[in-house]
Design a protein. Sequence first.
Length: 338
Amino acid sequence: MLPQLSSLDDFRAALADAPAQDQAALQGAAARNSQLTKPPGALGRLEDLAVWYGGWRGSGRPEISAPQVIVFAGNHGVTAQGVSAFPPEVTAQMVINFEHGGAAINQLARLAGARMDVHALELDRPTADFTQGPAMSQAELLTALQAGWDAVDPSADLLVVGEMGIGNTTPAAALACALFGGEAADWTGRGTGVDDAGLASKTRVVAEGVALHKDAIRDGLDALACLGGREIAAMAGAIAAARVLRIPVILDGFICCAAAACLLQTADGALDHALAGHQSAEGAHQALLEKLGKQPLLSLGLRLGEASGAALAIQVLKGAIACHSGMATFAEAGVSDG
Ligand SMILES: Cc1cc2ncn([C@H]3O[C@H](COP(=O)(O)O)[C@@H](O)[C@H]3O)c2cc1C
Ligand SMILES: O=C(O)c1cccnc1
């Protein structure tokens, strides 16, 4: 059961009190793994993934039968600074495309056998431009976190979250810079494809926002309010709800990982239930994954978002679980265990 959230402190407390993996299931899955008909370790990282997944799902022989993909959409006041190669109207247009099944994520979610939900968050009310003031009030942040929190199906056995929000590689870069330090240029990339002049001015916008809000940021939720966006906060809310419900999560690209970083900088262990689905082509994604302590499953040069890389990675995790739960043991198959 998910607790009710009536304040940001409720959210902080729920995250801090989230349950650990089931130790008996973890041990059961590890024991089963060691008896399967293959040389020890021959399935490489797939073996670790299956045991890890079993620990979260409370089963020594788990299944993935109900993956959920959720795409959150939001608009950003900071687009007034010319930070994207595309106009903000594209956010709402893409939401319609998602609803009609025409986007990349529709194809990849279907292929992964996942249910897909789309939540558009007040698209006609962009966040405030963070170079002028906080992107969201505390109340607006709570509403956006709650939207993500409520969007998770408690009966899902795997969660992937993604986003659509023209301009959102700018708040993602600002969040990473505010949370992990370094220069704005270390965290700012080309997003949808800004040119060199666009990248230089985007970097200045990130630096300005981080400098303006630096003193107001004590944890990841403060950073989200000052520099984030509604879809970024909703992704954080959904990842947190999954943590409380012990539903494993596959993280997507740079923006999704910036949302996840806000949780990690709010409570230790907040991302223990999360895998990195892929490393995107956004320049700073590798550095961000390192800060999260996550090794990506795939690296295909994607720079789309929408949960696309994570949805593809569902199939890798499904492969791990199919082998773990479907293979015969040495004893069952009558194969000599050497
Ligand atoms: C047609 C289209 C579909 C997309 N799907 C995801 N994004 C991606 O691009 C945006 C981030 O890049 P920037 O910060 O440069 O605007 C986000 O909406 C992200 O999801 C898209 C972008 C476009 C144009
Ligand atoms: O890494 C991502 O998710 C990404 C990169 C560029 C544009 N949109 C998303």
